[in-house]
Design a protein. Sequence first.
Length: 129
Amino acid sequence: MPVLAETVVLTKELIETGRVRLTKTVSEHAETLPLDLRHDEVQTERVALNQVLAEDAPAPESRYEGDTLVIPVVREVLVKRLLLVEEVRVTRRQAVRPAPQTVTLRREEVRVERLPVAPTEAGHHEAGA
């Protein structure tokens, strides 16, 4: 039968070993960014034709010639024949023009400053340990 028995009691204690002060600053600066803006430019041209179409010919349909849309314009004349009066030619091109934009950019910086523990507080915690 054992006469002696050892037991262990473990405890944790929070000991302050230092402090820090965080300082956050926000700085702003303007920066110009290159930017290109695209837009469509449309050129129209009227081409007079005044051509009488064959009696049974259907009306001409719109068509493309390269990047140009050709739209036939017809009218009926008294003899019930179509007269091709003109063609309207529409050409669309994309143009790009530089348009730099100035924007404000922000930057955050954090400064960490170590502060010592007050001597009475540090001594108090160490004495309890």
